[in-house]
Design a protein around this ligand. Structure first.
Ligand code: AKG
Ligand code: FE2
Length: 325
């Protein structure tokens, strides 16, 4: 299906690395894995990652650079062919994160370094640079990435003024049954279906968003508009699990936006070695339900956040590190 400007209905970019590019990338990742001091969070290792990201295969650098300039109508860049190394048993504990420079963690960091600077939030997953998205026993119905029931569509950390510009999710293992799809829906596509009277309401501060469960009680609710910025190409800020309208008109407008997003929603079944980079200013994401078995072979993604302008967050980053307090 083509849209009226001639592009694909799901115009998200998909770069499939060639065998030669995979070899080049694997060598670069291994070099980074071995770079001292072998700890993901160490500023020296992060510097090494930034430097090596300048040597990524040229098509990958191009794809990332072009995506940064314009994420397209779909607002998602998928890259296939990242090395994962030997993948151990999927963790099962709550808030699990990576500290060691594994192949999979280094590959994610390396690929997204070309986009901007990595960031994390102190109250969430210990402020780790690379976080695990895994199902956690007893949290099946949680509206967080520890759950396995349907995860509602959301902008990441929608309550936070310094929410990430991009969310990067790389796949080490999909679920046993191939049911867990990363859902993405672009506001650039959805707004074509939202009547102007609702868009006007969505631009007003008539919505309240609470911090997500992953903040473990940290942060405060905020009242804000759902759409802001350019009239013909706005940013979106809403989480259908933790944003509530303040009045009836707000509820109708949010409902219209929800339905429009649903009509353009795309499911991405990530395979090991796939990386999805989501523009968090334009695209909501969520996940379909799946059945974890807690047998060491459950679905496992790595997640990192990226900001385009680290100066914007500097006052909140004690000591200039990557963690936002
Ligand atoms: O599990 C997924 O595919 C997405 C989870 C999610 O929303 C997140 O980790 O931010
Ligand atoms: Fe999310």
């Amino acid at each position: 299906m083509k849209t009226d400007d001639g592009s694909d209905a799901n115009p998200s970019g998909h770069l499939i690395l060639t065998l030669q590019e995979r070899d080049e990338l694997r060598a670069l990742v291994q070099d980074l894995v071995d770079a001292p001091p072998n700890r993901l969070e160490d500023p020296k290792w992060i510097d090494a990652a930034r430097e090596r990201s300048c040597h990524l295969p040229v098509r990958l650098r191009e794809a990332v650079r072009l995506f940064r300039a314009d994420p397209g109508l779909g607002g998602v860049l998928r890259i296939s062919g990242l090395p994962t190394g030997t993948v151990p048993a999927t963790p099962t504990e709550k808030d699990s994160v990576e500290h060691q420079t594994t192949v999979a963690a280094a590959a994610l960091v390396l690929c997204v370094m070309g986009l901007g600077e990595l960031a994390a939030f102190r109250p969430e997953k210990h402020g780790a640079l690379v976080q695990n998205v895994v199902p956690v026993p007893g949290r099946e119905s949680s509206q967080s990435n520890a759950g396995s029931q349907n995860l509602k569509m959301h902008v990441e950390n929608a309550f936070h003024t310094m929410r990430p510009d991009y969310v990067a999710l790389s796949c080490l293992r999909n679920d046993h049954d191939g049911n867990a799809g990363l859902q993405v829906a672009s506001v650039r596509l959805a707004l074509r279906e939202v009547p102007e009277k609702h868009q006007r309401i969505l631009r007003e501060a008539r919505f309240r968003t609470c911090p997500p469960p992953s903040f473990n009680g940290g942060g405060n609710p905020v009242v804000h508009p759902v759409l802001d910025g350019a009239a013909d190409d706005p940013n979106v800020r809403v989480d259908f699990s933790s944003t509530s309208p303040l009045d009836d008109e707000g509820a109708a407008a949010m409902g219209a936006l929800h339905d429009a997003l649903d009509s353009v929603r795309v499911s991405l079944l990530l395979a090991p070695g796939d990386l999805a980079v989501i523009d968090n200013r334009l695209v909501l994401h969520g996940r379909t339900a799946f059945s974890p078995r807690y047998d060491g072979n459950d679905r496992w993604l790595h997640r990192s956040f990226v900001h385009l302008d680290p100066r914007r967050t500097r006052a909140l980053r004690t000591g200039g590190g990557y963690v936002i307090d």
